[in-house]
Write a protein that binds this ligand. Structure first.
Ligand code: HEM
Ligand SMILES: [Cu+2]
Length: 537
């Protein structure tokens, strides 16, 4: 570490070195963060284009653009890529890597080589999945048995790819947990940690504990297909429902792996642009852990119609409602932070406000689905598709876009065009709602999900949804072009454009290798905007 000599402190930004190997072999957490950022953004755009193709098919009731089998392949790829390659590694791997050491005052993560290894494993997983595209699976991203055990499409390769990815997730979680425990700068007590760090910690626990379950489940499915073992086959004493239990034991916690980091982002953006201390710091911090814990106990709410006992259904319904409490605590505290703030509508703040509004719709409609009687009617309809996208786009993607705009100057040392960013936000916000809000009605009226065709009575809402997807696509396109253009033509970013108090803004933009010339001594929390000092410990 730094030896305090002046000569040591010559500023060399971490982006200085050029050449592909300087990236692929770098153990600098900021470079690894960028590699994840590029990879997940790539998958987001590919899976987004696939989504636009699906919506194009759904413009009219008949299967005139693609055949039903192709449509099945498209929604399988869309769901698999979005979930496993974009949104699960997502904010945690990209912004988590970039921000955790900077925010806690550390030179890097605890195990930098392991960190690079995790990225390589991610790459290996993506290569396997590319091979799987030769005869792509048509099972849906949930790979439910018995169909996934019998379809003649290539389920093995795609699930193997996801299995490999899981290790990347587990090792990253492990690395972050140790980093947050062991690498905090002097004075950076737990109750001074930025809330993004609390969120990353809760996420890391989930990654570490839940991911092995999906890994084993997919391995069992592979054994089922290649060896005919029969874990999920009643004829051989197995049970297809077992697959659903295993799958959701991971995949429900996984939805919190997707959303908790975004909640952390919102907790950072709001106080800076409301110029107020975050309201209810400890409630937000501990509710992340609360959500993580309860999220392990609700998985069977995906199986109310699968034939579980009514006792089990009642218990899981009750537990599902419990998860709403820590979530609502956060929404309440963000809103209270905004109250009487002097609000500045930076593009990242617009995304944060979008998050609060849209995620609340996503969360509340989740309660409809958690209610036993309502779920019998709504299960596997477009209501679920709408709910899922209000959470995943309205929540996670809004948080992701917000983070991109917020930390862009720090990460790249450049500024993007703020006016264009606002226009793109507007298109994304409007396009998203036009695409997905009608789907709540479609679902209530009984339109099932995962079909390439539909009865004529649904045409007006269906085509409205498709028009919305074009607006949304245009917004994302403009946003992407704007952010990329900023890298080349953007003005040089100042060190701290928003006068943030958080540690990452106290180093140059872009930061040097190893971040700090000297490890900082922390004397206050990060949310002391206005006059207020930290709350009593
Ligand atoms: C770019 C905007 C998007 C559009 C227009 C879109 C559209 C769609 C459509 C049409 C379906 C298939 C519905 C069906 O036939 O059942 C679908 C399914 C799905 N989408 Fe998206 N989507 C978008 C973004 C996302 C994002 C960002 C995520 C995840 C973060 C996501 C996750 C999923 C999942 C998990 C499914 C379920 C796949 C399945 O099991 O059928 N989507 N989406
Ligand atoms: Cu769930």
């Amino acid at each position: 570490m730094a030896n305090h000599s002046i000569a040591h402190n010559v500023y060399v930004p971490y982006l200085e070195k050029k050449g592909i190997l300087s990236w692929l072999l770098s153990t600098d957490h900021k470079r690894i963060g960028i590699m994840y950022l590029v990879s997940i953004s790539f998958f987001f755009l590919v899976a987004g284009v696939i989504a636009l193709l699906m919506r194009l098919e759904l413009l009219t009731p008949a299967a005139d653009f693609v055949q039903p089998h192709t449509y099945n392949v498209l929604f399988t790829l869309h769901g698999s890529l979005m979930v496993f390659f974009f949104v699960v590694p997502g904010l945690a791997a990209s912004f988590g890597n970039f921000l955790i050491p900077l925010m806690i005052g550390a030179p890097d993560v605890a195990f930098p080589k392991l960190n690079l290894g995790s990225y390589w494993i991610y790459l290996l997983g993506t290569l396997i999945v590319l091979l799987a595209l030769m005869k792509p699976a048509d099972t849906g991203w949930t790979y439910y048995t018995p169909y996934s055990a019998t379809t003649d499409t290539d389920v093995v390769l795609i699930t193997l790819g996801v299995f490999v990815l899981g290790f990347s997730s587990i090792l990253t979680g492990l690395n972050f947990i140790v980093t947050i425990h062991k690498m905090r700068a002097p004075g950076m007590t737990w109750h001074r940690l930025p809330l993004f760090i609390w969120a990353s910690y809760a996420t890391a626990v989930l990654q570490l504990l839940a991911t092995p379950v999906v890994g084993i489940t997919l391995l069992l499915l592979i054994a089922e297909r290649t060896l005919g073992v029969g874990f999920f086959d009643p004829a051989k004493g197995g049970d297809p429902i077992l697959f659903q239990n295993f799958f959701w034991f991971y995949s429900h916690p996984a939805v919190y792996i997707m959303i908790i980091p975004a909640m952390g982002v919102i907790s950072e953006i709001i106080p800076v642009f409301a110029r107020k201390p975050i309201f209810g710091y400890k409630a937000i911090a501990y509710s992340s852990l609360g959500i993580a814990f309860i999220s392990f106990l609700v998985w069977a709410h995906h199986m109310f119609t699968s034939g579980i006992s009514s006792l089990a259904a009642t218990i899981f319904s009750f537990l599902t409602f419990l998860v709403a409490i820590p979530t609502a605590i956060k929404v309440f505290n963000w809103t209270a932070t905004l109250y009487k703030g002097s609000i500045h509508l930076h593009s990242s703040m617009l995304y944060a406000l979008g998050f609060i509004f849209l995620f609340t719709i996503g969360g509340l409609t989740g309660l409809f689905l958690g209610a036993l009687a309502a779920d019998i009617h709504l299960h596997d309809t477009y209501f679920v598709v709408a709910h899922m996208h209000y959470v995943m786009i309205g929540g996670t993607v809004m948080g992701f876009f917000g983070a991109l705009h917020f930390w862009y100057p720090k990460w790249f040392g450049k500024m993007f065009n703020e006016m264009v960013a606002k226009i793109a936000w507007f298109l994304v916000f409007v396009g998203f709602n036009v695409t997905f809000f009608p789907q709540f009605f479609l679902g209530v009226q009984g339109m099932p999900r995962r079909y390439a065709t539909y009865p004529a009575e649904f045409e007006s809402l269906m085509s409205l949804s498709t028009y919305g997807s074009w607006i949304l696509g245009l917004g994302v396109l403009i946003m992407t072009v704007n952010l990329i253009a900023g890298l080349f033509n953007g003005e040089k970013a100042p060190q701290n454009p928003y006068n943030s108090l958080s540690l990452e803004w106290q180093v140059p933009s872009p930061p040097p290798h190893e971040n700090f010339d000297e490890i900082p001594h922390v004397t206050d929390w990060t949310y002391g905007y206005g006059k207020k000092k930290e709350p009593e410990a």
